[in-house]
Design a protein around this ligand. Structure first.
Ligand code: FA5
Ligand code: MG
Length: 533
C-alpha cells in the first residue's frame, strides 16, 4: 500500500467544500454540509488515486503507508492525509457521525427540538451540519480569532492537518449560514451539530459535545414615502426591532443583570453602529434568551411535579468573543450553583458585511446542549449521552421530558500516575501557543486554565494526559484529577501526580482490565516530555 502527497488534490477538494453550502432538506432541517464536488486536473490524477484509495478504506481507521510513513484517514467518506500538525486519534474519530441530535428519542435531539420550538420558522431556518471537518479559516479566521488565541492551540483543538480541524464550535458555519440569508429580509437561523475540544475529563466534560447556535438579523427598510435617507431607513428598522421585542412573551424569571451597562472599553458597542439601535438589538437578544430559559425550565419543572420549585434565577455577565460586540454570557442558578448555558452578542458588522448582509444588523448566540439536557433530564454524567445501553436509551421518548433513573452504580477504581516534568524546554506547539492576550475562551482554549507545568508551558500540557486516557479508556474514564504537585528543592524539577478514576456506567470493571488500561496509559505518558516516577 502506498500513499503519496495528495496536497494539490486535497486542497482543491477542500476549497470546493469550503465555498459551497447547498441546502438539502433533512426532516425539518437543512443539512448545511459542504458540497462534495471534486475538481480534478490531469496532473493530480495520481494523487487522486491515493486519495481514492484512502476514501475506500474503512471509515475512521488511521491508515499508515509503510513505504512513505505517511498516514491518513477516511472521515465520512472523504480522504485526509496527515501532516505534522495532526493530533486526531481513532478514538475521537470513532465518535464522528453518530448524529445524536438526529436520533428522535435521544435526549440531545429532544432538547434540540425544544429549543427549535422557541425559535420557529419561517423567521428561523433550522440547519444541521453532519460533517465536523472544517477549515481553520472557517473555524477561526473568518470569525476574527487573533493568531495567538488559545483556542487555536494543538493542546485544545483536534487538527486533521495543518489547515483542517474538527470544528470546535458551531460558529464555524456562521459565515455560510449568514450567506444563506442574503436574499431574505428580517430572518434568522439555528445550527445544531457535534463539536470537538481537547479538554479535561470529568462529569461535565467530554471531547465531543453538541452546540446549538442561532442568529437573527433585521434589514434596512426599503425607501418609500417618508423614508428616503439611510438614517430614516435605519429608524424604520429600529422600530421593527422594538416591536419584535414587545412581541416576546413575558416571563417571571428573576434576572440579575451584571452586564446592563456594559463597559465601553472592554465590551463596546461597535463604532459602526448607532448606540440606540445596538441597544435595541441587545434587548431583543436578552428577552429572546430569557424566554427560551423560561420555556425550557418550565418543562424541566413539569417533569418533577412533586418537587417544590424556587423561582428561576438567571444572570447576565459580560463576555468576550472575537465575532460579537458587546458580548454576554447567560447563567442559570440550578441546584445551588451558577451554570453557564451560552455565549452571545451583537454580531460584528464586518462578519455580516463579508457574508453579503451590508444592510443588516443582528445578534447571535451559541449554547451547549448537554448543559441544558443534563438539567432537563437530570443526567448526572456527560458520558451517558454516548451510552448505547438500552437501559439508558429506553428511558427517553421524543417530545417528552422525563427524569433519568440511574440503573445502578458500579464501583470506581482509582489509579495514580506520577512523573517529573523535565526542566529542559521541549519543542513549542506548532500551532499557536498559550494565550498572551488573556482573552476569555471562545470555542475552546480556556485561557484561565494554566498548564500545571507552568515553567515550561509548551513542553507539557495537561490536555495531553487527558487525551491519552480518553484514547485508552474511552468512556470508561470518569475523571482525571491533579492530586499532588511539588517542586524538588535541589533539582528544581516539578512532580505531578494525576489520579484516574475508571468506572463504567454499564458494568463492573475487572481488576485485570483496569490494570491493563492503566499500564497502557503509563506507557503512553512516558512518551510525553516527562519522566515517570
Ligand atoms: C462558543 O463556542 C461560541 N461559539 C458561542 C457564541 C456563538 C458566542 C455565537 C457568540 C455568538 P463557548 O466556548 O463559551 O462559546 O461555548 C458555548 C457554550 O457551549 C458554553 O456556554 C457551554 O454551555 C457549552 N460548552 C462549552 N464547553 C463545553 C464542554 N466542554 N462541555 C459541554 N458544554 C460546553
Ligand atoms: Mg463560555
Amino acid at each position: 500500500m502506498r500513499l503519496s502527497s495528495t496536497g494539490a488534490f486535497l486542497r482543491a477538494l477542500r476549497d470546493a467544500r469550503i465555498k459551497a453550502f447547498p441546502e438539502q432538506s433533512v426532516s425539518q432541517s437543512n443539512e448545511i454540509d459542504p458540497k462534495k464536488t471534486q475538481a480534478l486536473s490531469e496532473e493530480s490524477q495520481q494523487e487522486n488515486n491515493h486519495a481514492q484509495f484512502l476514501a475506500s478504506q474503512p471509515q475512521h481507521k488511521i491508515i499508515k503507508d509503510a513505504a512513505t510513513s505517511r498516514s491518513g484517514v477516511n472521515i465520512l467518506g472523504r480522504p485526509y492525509v496527515f501532516d505534522s500538525t495532526t493530533n486526531v486519534t481513532e478514538s475521537i474519530l470513532g465518535l464522528v457521525g453518530r448524529k445524536l441530535y438526529d436520533t428522535p428519542n435521544h435526549p440531545i435531539a429532544i432538547t434540540r427540538k425544544l429549543i427549535q420550538s422557541v425559535f420557529r420558522p419561517p423567521r428561523f431556518e433550522h440547519h444541521t451540519a453532519a460533517d465536523p471537518v472544517v477549515s481553520t479559516n472557517d473555524n477561526f479566521d473568518v470569525l476574527g480569532f487573533p493568531a495567538d488565541h488559545p483556542g487555536r492551540s494543538r493542546t485544545d483543538t483536534y487538527y486533521v492537518d495543518s489547515k483542517t480541524v474538527l470544528r470546535t464550535h458551531t460558529s464555524a458555519h456562521q459565515h455560510a449560514a449568514f450567506r444563506g440569508l442574503r436574499h431574505r429580509g428580517d430572518s434568522g437561523y439555528t445550527i445544531c451539530a457535534d463539536v470537538y475540544r481537547r479538554d479535561s475529563i470529568d462529569r461535565s466534560h467530554f471531547p465531543v459535545f453538541h452546540q446549538m447556535e442561532a442568529a437573527c438579523v433585521w434589514k434596512l427598510r426599503p425607501p418609500k414615502e417618508g423614508i428616503h435617507t439611510r438614517l430614516q431607513q435605519q429608524d424604520a428598522r429600529a422600530h421593527h426591532i422594538r416591536s419584535n421585542t414587545e412581541g416576546i412573551p413575558r416571563h417571571d424569571l428573576e434576572i440579575i443583570d451584571e452586564a446592563g451597562s456594559y463597559d465601553d472599553q472592554t465590551n463596546p458597542v461597535q463604532i459602526v453602529h448607532d448606540p440606540d439601535e445596538a441597544q435595541l438589538v441587545v434587548e431583543n437578544l436578552k428577552r429572546s434568551l430569557e424566554n427560551l430559559v423560561q420555556k425550557v425550565f418550565v418543562a424541566a419543572q413539569a417533569a418533577q411535579p412533586d418537587v417544590k420549585h424556587e423561582p428561576l434565577k438567571v444572570r447576565w455577565i459580560e463576555a468576550y468573543f472575537p465575532f460579537t460586540s458587546p458580548s454576554f454570557e447567560l447563567e442559570v442558578f440550578w441546584q445551588g450553583d451558577w451554570l453557564e448555558l451560552l455565549g452571545c452578542g451583537v454580531t460584528k458588522q464586518e462578519i455580516l458585511d463579508n457574508a453579503g448582509l451590508r444592510d443588516h444588523i443582528g445578534w447571535a448566540w451559541g449554547l451547549g446542549i448537554e448543559r441544558l439536557a443534563m438539567v432537563l433530564f437530570d443526567i448526572p454524567d456527560i458520558r451517558l449521552f454516548w451510552s448505547q445501553d438500552e437501559r439508558f436509551l429506553k428511558q427517553f421518548k421524543q417530545g417528552q421530558i422525563t427524569r433519568f433513573k440511574s440503573f445502578s452504580k458500579y464501583p470506581p477504581c482509582y489509579k495514580d500516575i506520577s512523573f517529573w516534568v523535565r526542566p529542559s524546554p521541549a519543542a513549542a506547539s506548532p500551532i499557536g501557543a498559550q494565550s498572551s492576550s488573556g482573552a476569555a475562551a471562545a470555542a475552546g482554549g480556556d485561557a484561565t486554565k494554566a498548564s500545571p507545568a507552568d515553567t515550561q508551558p509548551a513542553a507539557f500540557h495537561e490536555n495531553d494526559i487527558m487525551e491519552i486516557v480518553r484514547d485508552v479508556a474511552g468512556t470508561l474514564a470518569e475523571d482525571v484529577k491533579l492530586v499532588d504537585e511539588f517542586v524538588h528543592p535541589k533539582t528544581g524539577k516539578k512532580s505531578l501526580c494525576y489520579r484516574v478514576n475508571y468506572r463504567s456506567h454499564e458494568r463492573t470493571l475487572t481488576n485485570e482490565e483496569t490494570n491493563d488500561m492503566h499500564e497502557k496509559v503509563t506507557r503512553k505518558v512516558a512518551e510525553l516530555p516527562v519522566e515517570i516516577r
